[in-house]
Design a protein around this ligand. Structure first.
Ligand code: GTP
Ligand code: MG
Length: 340
């Protein structure tokens, strides 16, 4: 299945039904008076968060949504029926923008919540409403009001606690496979991962979610490789793990990998270098203890990072991963506590 994380829609709420112009006509009642009822309200366009959806792919086929109009009023003081709301299901984590002003309209984070995005027009008034002492037989009625029309852009942003960033082949997917039940594809070639994957980690006391996204390369912000569009999926995470390949086939030293990755992160529209980030040096099974120590020292000196923010792991064998997960669980549960 394709993974689509952006969609452009036109939504048109229903118009209100017209009021009626009608007079009572009954035997033996010569001046029956006006009895035209009001029109019904047009349908709202409602967006509803649906936990069973995880992509915006449905909106590839349908981009225009038109809700029903309210029914017109009729004689005998009958109001027209209001039209039923048009409900559009979207995945949790969708952010809705006005595509014309670019304003953020809604951030749909909570399951099951519904939002009225375009209001249906009110119904018009029937002639019964215009009766007065001076005009006992008005013919006047009003048309219904038009429903709101909106041009919107949907952006799906994953709701993960931790994001993995690194060059292709650094072992991000291998790590997520090892520590969660998510099964992103692993490959010894670059860009094995083509879309974000989320994995839930069951810690000793609480659980949290890690997002694995496609690898970044130098120039990604200018479109190289798969670009930096996928960074939207880590833009809400509280913490980033910068994955470093200790056995890089490009012979890029860990500090150079980190610098290049940070350049790309800073080019994203929400400067992601402002986030808390830890360095995860992967593939320790392929290097000796001495090299490990010297890499640790180089990274600390060159990037002014404290030793506790650098982790050495082997995603393949699992060495070091438990310590990393425990530290993640601690800071995440702490930050959740701070928020409440
Ligand atoms: N020896 C060793 N190999 C590893 C380790 N972690 C990953 N690999 C190998 O590195 C290659 C790339 O792993 P992936 O997990 O697909 O890398 P990725 O970072 O997800 O790559 P992209 O999806 O392309 O961005 C695979 O051949 C893995 O088997 C490790 O800890 N030790
Ligand atoms: Mg991958």
């Amino acid at each position: 299945m394709n993974f689509i994380d952006e969609a452009f829609l036109e939504v048109r709420a229903g118009n209100g039904g017209a009021g009626a112009s009608s007079f009572r006509r009954e035997k033996f009642i010569p001046f029956g008076g006006p009895d035209g009822g009001d029109g019904g309200k047009g349908a709202n366009i409602v967006f509803r968060v649906n936990r069973n959806k995880n992509t915006l792919i449905d909106f590839q086929n349908q981009r225009v949504f038109i809700a029903k109009n309210g029914r017109p009023g009729s004689g005998k003081d009958k109001s027209g029926a209001a039209a039923e709301d048009l409900i559009i299901d979207i995945p949790k984590g969708t952010v809705i923008y006005d595509d014309i002003s670019n304003d953020e309209l809604l951030d749909c984070c909570d399951d099951g919540t519904s939002y009225v995005l375009a209001k249906g027009g009110d119904g018009g008034q029937g002639n019964a409403r215009f009766k007065s002492s001076r005009n006992q037989a008005p013919r006047k009625f009003t048309l219904g009001f038009e429903g709101e029309v909106r041009f919107i852009r949907l952006e799906l942003k994953s709701l993960a606690d931790v994001g993995l960033v690194g060059f292709p082949n650094a072992g991000k997917s291998t790590f997520l496979n090892k520590v969660s039940s998510a099964k992103p594809k692993i490959g010894s070639y670059p860009f094995t991962t083509l879309r974000p994957h989320l994995g839930t980690i069951e810690g000793s006391e609480s659980s949290f979610v890690i997002a694995d996204i496609p690898g970044l390369i130098e120039g990604a912000s200018e479109g190289a490789g798969l670009g930096i569009k996928f960074l939207q999926h880590i833009s809400r995470t509280g913490l980033l793990l910068i994955f470093v390949d200790l056995y890089s086939s490009d012979d890029l030293e860990p500090i150079d990998q980190i610098r290049l990755l940070k350049n790309e992160l800073s080019a994203y529209k929400e400067d992601l270098t402002q986030k808390v980030s830890w360095v995860v040096c992967n593939k320790i099974d392929l290097i000796n203890e001495e090299d490990r120590m010297s890499h640790s020292k180089d990274i600390q000196d060159a990037l002014n990072i404290s030793e506790k923010d650098i982790f050495f792991i082997s995603a393949a064998t699992g060495e070091g991963t438990q310590k990393l997960l425990q530290s993640l669980e601690e800071v995440i549960s702490q930050s959740k506590l701070d928020l409440t």
